[in-house]
Design a protein around this ligand. Structure first.
Ligand code: SME
Length: 157
């Protein structure tokens, strides 16, 4: 497994999104860029906050569960605590929702725009303990870039 170059990825993200005004297009390309740049993952996507639940948005990977309550799974924990969840073994996480049986570890990052939660970025890996502190910091940086650019748009998906 190669260590992801998050600094390079951040500049690629700016190149892709800086001039894009459409939120759905920008979000879809955010997901596409990360999915293809991070090794050993089997699912990466956005769950969007809709009312009091998370709803499936742009993603890459197998079809996944569509509705997740804020008290459900790793995604719900990230959304309700506003804290990144880095889970080394999803089978040991109480209430983990299995979408793809191959998933063994997971990284979920809350997306906060103008001080408001808009959703979460969810990344799954078939490798146990796939995500290091470096990965967490790198993906959090990319999410900050995505959210800062999102603040300039009027809408979200
Ligand atoms: N594993 C997640 C559910 C979403 S899928 O992994 C795509 C969870 O427990 O929140």
């Amino acid at each position: 497994m190669n260590q992801t170059d998050y600094k390079l990825l951040d500049s690629q993200l700016h190149a892709l999104l800086d001039d894009e005004s459409d939120a759905l297009a920008a979000t879809s390309n955010f997901v596409g860029l990360l999915y293809n740049a991070i090794d050993d993952i089997n699912w990466l996507g956005i769950y969007v906050l809709r009312g009091d639940e998370l709803v499936l948005g742009p993603f890459q990977g197998k079809p996944a569960c569509v509705h997740i309550g804020l008290d459900e799974g790793v995604c719900g924990a990230a959304a309700s605590t506003l804290q990144t969840q880095r889970v080394a073994d999803v089978h040991a996480f109480p209430g983990h929702i299995t979408c793809d049986a191959d998933s063994r570890s997971e990284l979920v990052i809350p997306l906060i725009v103008n001080g408001q939660l808009i959703g979460v970025l969810d990344i799954d890996s078939p490798e146990p303990a796939r995500f290091s502190e470096t990965d967490q910091a790198g993906v959090e940086r990319l999410c900050r870039t995505f959210c800062a650019l999102q603040e300039q748009r009027k809408n979200f998906i």
